[in-house]
Design a protein around this ligand. Structure first.
Ligand SMILES: Nc1nc2c(ncn2[C@@H]2O[C@H](COP(=O)(O)OP(=O)(O)OP(=O)(O)O)[C@@H](O)[C@H]2O)c(=O)[nH]1
Ligand SMILES: [Mg+2]
Ligand SMILES: [Zn+2]
Length: 342
């Protein structure tokens, strides 16, 4: 399975290894690229092909970006390969269930425009989610042509995480998007994330993903019109693949402790220095957080957002843990009842 076409679209030893127990003569591998009603679009060694949803899901639930092992004779999935990275958010509604956005991307372009959409706390939310997924975040600031101070915004965004890559551009101009090429080479998988109207599909087109529909934004508040309605994976002329996503509305973090801790490592380190381990950071003696805010080492906004995101993810993690517990208890009771009926 060392076919160059497969390698270009992200096939690598991580997935190859999982094939070991399978008789490779009787199967093919393919990557999930889109979902259209009753059909799933896949990319394989011979290019794009479609299979009925029932065949694609025969080995379990799938997400865009997943690798499937299919029976060569009837294209039925026999295995969904273990994921290298997994981007999730908390599903809408009361349940804390995580909702999968995309699987197996190496890089996430967190797209924000330089106008009304620019918001450091929102970017931090996407960063925590991306770090949790195990992918590399790159902040892409679009609509540089509409801003008087794009350089100041780049500077602000770079402060959000040590070593964070931040690029700024007019996304309508392919020659400006070339700064993103190093993340789009053969074998690389990238996903675009961000609010509606920030220019994700415009950027995808500039990178050569094809002819994706783009739409105007509302005059009064600069918000988008949710032009892209479904997630899809596209081949890039630079060799890699790119997943365009619908604009994300407000969303909550799922169980995301590692992502939050990684992103806010500076804050966590300061909190650790407070005299009391249960410090409320609200005027207690020996509070390292207060001291850091006073000295300017820690910004008030950053600390407040850390607290907000950390509480949110831990609340959702706890609800999820309770739900799993309930499910386990229910399964247990059902098993006991079944045993009794025997
Ligand atoms: N001036 C300017 N306009 C841009 C830029 N990028 C995108 N646009 C415009 O912004 C509007 C929205 O762009 P889209 O690419 O549809 O935005 P999107 O993020 O895909 O939006 P959804 O699909 O709704 O999530 C379009 O009218 C684009 O032409 C840019 O860098 N500068
Ligand atoms: Mg779009
Ligand atoms: Zn404190």
């Amino acid at each position: 399975m060392t076919n160059p076409t497969l390698r270009a679209i992200g096939w690598n030893p991580f997935f190859e290894k999982q094939l070991a127990p399978i008789d490779v003569q009787s199967v093919i591998v393919a990557r999930v690229s889109a979902h259209h009603g009753s059909q799933v679009v896949l990319y394989g060694e011979t290019g794009e092909f479609r299979v009925p949803v029932q065949s694609a899901m025969a080995a379990g639930a799938i997400a865009i970006g997943d690798w499937l092992v299919l029976n060569a004779t009837d294209n039925r999935a026999v295995q969904r390969l273990e994921r290298k990275t997994l981007l999730t958010r908390k599903a809408a509604g009361e349940e804390a269930k995580p909702q999968i956005l995309v699987a197996n991307v190496d890089t996430v372009f967190i797209v924000s425009s330089c106008n009304e959409d620019f918001n450091r706390s929102r970017i931090e939310r996407y960063l925590a989610m991306t770090l949790q997924a195990g992918a590399t975040p790159v902040v892409v600031l679009t609509k540089a042509d509409l801003s008087d101070e794009p350089a100041a915004l780049v500077h602000q965004a770079r402060q959000l995480h040590p070593g964070l890559s931040v690029e700024v551009m007019d996304a309508r101009r392919p020659e400006q998007a070339t700064v993103l090429r190093s993340w789009c080479g053969a074998g690389q998988s990238v996903a675009l994330l961000g609010s509606s109207g920030v220019g994700k599909s415009t950027l995808a087109n500039a990178l050569g993903a094809g002819e994706l529909a783009t739409g105007g934004i509302r005059e009064k508040d600069g918000k988008g019109r949710h032009t892209t309605s479904s997630r899809s994976l596209h081949l890039l002329p630079t060799g890699g693949v790119l997943v365009d996503n619908p604009g994300v509305r407000e969303f909550q973090l799922p169980d995301c402790e590692d992502g939050v801790t990684d992103l806010f490592e500076d804050v966590v380190r300061i909190v650790f220095e407070c005299k009391f381990s249960n410090c409320g950071h609200d005027g207690e003696p020996g509070c390292a957080v207060q001291a850091a805010i006073e000295s300017g080492e820690l910004g008030e906004r950053r600390f407040a957002n850390f607290q907000k995101l950390d509480e949110e993810q831990s609340r959702n993690a706890k609800t999820l843990a309770r739900r799993r517990e309930r499910e386990a208890t229910r399964a247990n009771k059902a098993a006991i009842a079944k045993e009794r009926r025997r």
